[in-house]
Design a protein around this ligand. Structure first.
Ligand code: NIG
Ligand code: FE
Length: 424
């Protein structure tokens, strides 16, 4: 007999059930499944000495909780806190060593990301520091980052390798992610192999491509070190042909695929992602109308990373065009040491609201169901419905939109009302 627990008197529970029905496309307010004074019943599981939420059992209003749960332990949210599906940050580069604050200063002085990369900075600079760091050191650096991300309500997070750029160092970064999974049983950590993040400076191009496809990918698949393979297709990085070759090799080994697509220049990589039924095409600052059409007519999620455009002072992705065309759109941090040194998914949601013109329901879908779909996890996560994983987020606010209406808030507090009137 499972042990149940109940969250009761949530100011609002947003189940997102209508978003699932629409598979994350053309989402509107009604799809949020709002329950005022809501309750969630969930089963629990043991992880070592800890009891963790397991599956959602029942969701409804606080005055209609079925009698069979009357003995379950209750947490009363006193109509001051909202409950939403656990947030999903579906695109991060969280495992790395070193510091690039000097490059930030250069960019503030007018240098571009590409100019800095051409001088041996950028990804390659982080690669040098990451190669020099031990597994233990990389884990030590990643732990507080993961804690910070979780403090905003993130329950599922994708982490990419990509700062090793050699078989040894890429596998080391993936081993760090494996350690983090063990250390944080309360989080779902999704591991992505991004050996094709840049080309290393100590190997020829073709030689590294062969290493990626013939040495690294087979090991990653055999040791189950990653669920997915990503490629940075862009001018100065991987060509569309090289990207396709790597992703096809990954798919043959049973890995899912995704693409850093059309970020710095248009390379028609969104179209490639759609053609390959990739889980996601990410960035998309330079996506063309044809690319938008391709994504809208494919299962591939458009992952937008507006913190990155903000931090690079670049033009934002054409979010409205993607949304209006019927694409499934997710929003994520892209946390990394160069182009978005920000772990706050709520802050990125504020940027999405202001600069991508995304509505409340689109942002909600973007950090729940669509972000889960970008990881192929939408059958277990992304909505609060019976049978789903019980990784809900209890907000320190009475309403979901306070997460991003308030700007850059500090977690670990219980908010006073942001304003005195209530829209409830
Ligand atoms: O997602 N686009 C490629 N990679 C990262 C940047 C990595 C870095 O500068 O270290 C990104 O923006
Ligand atoms: Fe990225």
């Amino acid at each position: 007999m499972p042990i149940y627990q109940v969250l009761v008197h949530a100011s609002e529970v947003l189940t997102g059930s209508g978003i699932r029905v629409k598979d994350g496309r053309r989402v509107q307010e009604d799809d949020l499944g709002r329950i005022v004074d809501g309750a969630v019943v969930f089963s629990t599981k043991k992880a070592g000495t800890r009891t963790l939420p397991h599956r959602v059992e029942w969701v409804g209003s606080s005055d209609s909780i079925p009698k069979k749960y009357s003995k379950a332990r209750r947490k009363d949210l006193r109509n001051r806190q909202a409950v939403i599906p656990g947030l999903v940050d579906c695109h991060t580069h969280l495992v790395f060593a070193g510091d690039r604050s000097d490059e930030f200063a250069e960019r503030c002085g007018g240098a571009s990301y590409q100019e800095i990369a051409a001088k041996g900075g950028g990804i390659i600079k982080t690669v040098r520091a990451t190669r020099d760091a031990s597994i233990t050191e990389l884990e030590r650096l990643a732990i507080p980052r993961l804690r910070e991300s979780a403090s905003y309500g993130v329950k599922t997070i994708e982490i990419k390798s990509g700062y090793g750029l050699s078989a040894e160092s890429e596998l080391k970064c993936l081993a760090v992610i494996a350690r983090l999974k063990k250390r944080f049983p309360e989080l779902t950590i999704y591991s992505t192999f991004l050996g094709a993040h840049a080309f290393p400076q100590d190997q020829g191009r073709e030689e590294y491509l062969r290493d990626l496809t013939e040495v690294m990918l087979p090991q990653v698949a055999r040791k189950r070190l990653a669920s997915c393979c990503d490629v940075f297709i862009d001018e100065g990085y991987y060509t569309i042909q090289e990207g396709q070759r790597i992703l096809e090799a990954a798919r043959e080994l049973g890995l899912a695929v995704k693409v850093h697509a059309d970020e710095l220049t248009n390379t028609e990589s969104a179209e490639l992602a759609a053609r390959m039924n990739a889980l996601s095409a990410d960035h998309l600052l330079k996506i063309s109308d044809r690319g938008i059409d391709a994504l809208a007519n494919s299962p591939t999620v458009a992952v937008l990373l507006p913190g990155t455009a903000f931090y690079l002072k670049a033009a934002h992705a054409p979010a409205r065009k993607l949304l209006n065309a019927g694409a499934a759109v997710a929003v994520s941090t892209d946390f990394n040491p160069g182009t978005c040194v920000c772990l706050s998914l709520p802050t990125v949601m504020t940027i999405a609201a202001l600069y991508l013109g995304m509505t409340r329901s689109e942002i909600f879908a973007g950090v729940t169901y669509n972000a889960a779909k970008a990881l192929g996890l939408e059958r277990r996560k992304g909505t609060l419905e019976p049978g789903m994983d019980a990784d809900f987020t209890i907000l320190p606010f009475a309403r979901f939109e306070e997460m991003y209406y308030r700007f850059a808030w500090a977690p670990g507090f219980m908010a006073a009302p942001a304003s005195t009137s209530s829209n409830a």
